[in-house]
Unconditional design. Structure first.
Length: 117
């Protein structure tokens, strides 16, 4: 029986989707708030929240997992140095997606901000 898939595809192959999420996650960690489409923000939320949970643990294994998923030492350092300790007593829900009223210029796509709480 065919079941619906959970993840959004964005009209890209799997490797390009992973690269997109990795790039968006790096930008979010470095700038702490980015503007993107609503669908990309909703897809990015569980990816980033898992990374913050790794950063809260602050073990060597979690640092290596985060490094593998982000692929950037500067963003891993910021994640473990500032963002992880900030949410040490929070159980989840580290990001917030806020929808923007203005639509995209070319194709009326729904835009949104994703930021850390």
């Amino acid at each position: 029986m065919a079941y619906t898939k959970k993840a959004r595809v964005f009209g890209r192959p799997a490797n390009q989707r992973r690269a997109l999420l990795r790039s968006l996650a790096r930008s979010l960690v470095m700038h702490e708030r980015i503007s993107t489409t609503e669908a990309k923000a909703k897809e990015l939320r569980p990816f980033v929240e898992r990374l913050v949970t790794y950063a809260k643990k602050n073990t060597l294994a979690s640092r290596r997992l985060t490094q593998m998923r982000l692929g950037d030492t500067a963003s891993v350092k910021k994640l473990f140095g500032t963002i992880g300790p900030r949410y040490a007593d929070r159980k989840g829900g580290y990001t917030r997606v806020v929808k923007r009223t203005k639509r995209g210029a070319n194709d009326a796509r729904k835009l949104a901000y994703i930021a850390f709480v």
